[in-house]
Each structure stands twice: as C-alpha cells, then as structure tokens.
Design a protein around this ligand. Structure first.
Ligand SMILES: CC(C)(COP(=O)(O)OP(=O)(O)OC[C@H]1O[C@@H](n2cnc3c(N)ncnc32)[C@H](O)[C@@H]1OP(=O)(O)O)[C@@H](O)C(=O)NCCC(=O)NCCS
Length: 160
C-alpha cells in the first residue's frame, strides 16, 4: 500500500526521490483528492512526466509516499509547478522538505530566482512560502480554473 495512514513517528525515515512511472496512478488519485476539479488528470501527468522537462519528486515516510513536488524551468524561470502533502501527513514538515529540495536544485543549477504561484486564499501554503522569504510579485486574476481563484505570483531571489 502507498500512503501514510496516521501520525508520523518522530524518528521516522523520510526520503525524497524521483517519482517513477509506477507512482503516477497514485499521484493522479491524490491530485483528485486534494485539488478536486482543478486536479491534473492522469493523462496530463503522464504526458508531462514522459515528455516534459519538469522534475517529479516524491517524499516517502518509512517507504510510503506522502507528498510530491513538480518543478523545473518554464522559459527562463525556475518554477515550482505543484506541491502537495497527503492530509494524513500534514504539519509534520514534509512540505518544508520538498520546498528545500526545490530550492537546492534551483541553487545547484544557478537559477537567479525561484518562482511559484499560490492561490491568494491558501493561508497554509502562503505562510510556508513567506517563511522561506518568498515575496509577492503580482496577482494573476482567476488563474485557477474552474474555481476562478486568483493566484499570487511569488519570487525568492537566490542571488544578490
Ligand atoms: C500546503 C501544504 C503543501 C503544506 O504541507 P505540510 O507538509 O502540512 O506543511 P509543513 O508541515 O511542511 O508546514 C511548514 C509550515 O508551513 C505553514 N503551514 C503549513 N500548513 C499550514 C496551515 N494549514 N495553516 C497555517 N500554516 C501552515 C506553517 O508555518 C508550517 O510550520 P509549523 O507546522 O511549524 O507551524 C499542504 O497543506 C497541502 O498539500 N495542501 C493542499 C495542496 C496545496 O495547497 N498545495 C500548495 C499549492 S501552491
């Protein structure tokens, strides 16, 4: 079985790894659970995974996938395209670790900035990104469809 079913032990083994083909059904199911109508479909996930340039990363707790992040270059901008942690494993620092993985890769590649979008009403994610120093750049009205929620574009400068 894949997925966390309860609170994590404080000494639980946590690793971040590249996702594999076999994980994509799990990702698509979690997308539906977490994002509902705005979820990425299995076909979109598969196409991006196979033919896109993004990095698909998963976080495992004691060998069980518990969250994922998708990031990479969009044009010149190094960008976090997706970040999610399963509800059962939240508030235990897993998103923080995935964000640090994203930032480590951005730095490794010499990206001048790290970029992301977040719904303006997503207080939890906003708190996380602000903790890491991401700054507000602009609002993209009705960016998230079909709900029509506004997105806040945020940037973290990685170089002076
Ligand atoms: C947002 C999300 C990724 C956070 O995952 P998580 O593993 O619970 O986050 P972490 O435990 O690493 O939290 C790190 C910090 O972020 C902030 N934070 C995270 N969730 C929060 C919430 N619901 N309310 C307030 N602050 C929150 C806190 O400062 C937290 O530190 P603390 O727990 O020590 O107070 C997760 O809630 C999620 O998957 N939500 C649905 C999908 C989503 O919104 N993705 C982001 C798209 S931009």
């Amino acid at each position: 079985m894949k997925g966390v079913t309860g609170p994590l032990d404080s000494d639980a083994e946590v690793i971040i790894r590249d996702l594999e083909d076999d994980d994509l059904d799990w990702v698509a199911q979690r997308e539906r659970d977490i994002f509902g109508l705005a979820a990425w479909s299995l076909s979109l996930i598969r196409e991006d995974f196979l033919y896109g340039f993004s990095r698909w990363r998963g976080i495992e707790v004691e060998g069980l996938l518990s969250g994922y992040a998708v990031y990479g270059y969009e044009g010149d901008a190094f960008h976090l395209m997706n970040l999610a942690v399963v509800p059962e494993a939240r508030r235990q620092g897993l998103a923080r670790r995935l964000l640090e993985d994203f930032l480590a890769e951005a730095r490794r590649l010499g990206a001048p900035d790290a970029w992301l979008e977040v719904a303006t009403n997503n207080r939890g994610a906003l708190a996380l990104y602000r903790e890491y120093g991401f700054e507000d750049v602009r609002v993209r009205p009705r960016y998230y469809q079909p709900e029509g929620l506004d997105a806040l574009v945020m940037r973290l400068r990685l170089r002076p």
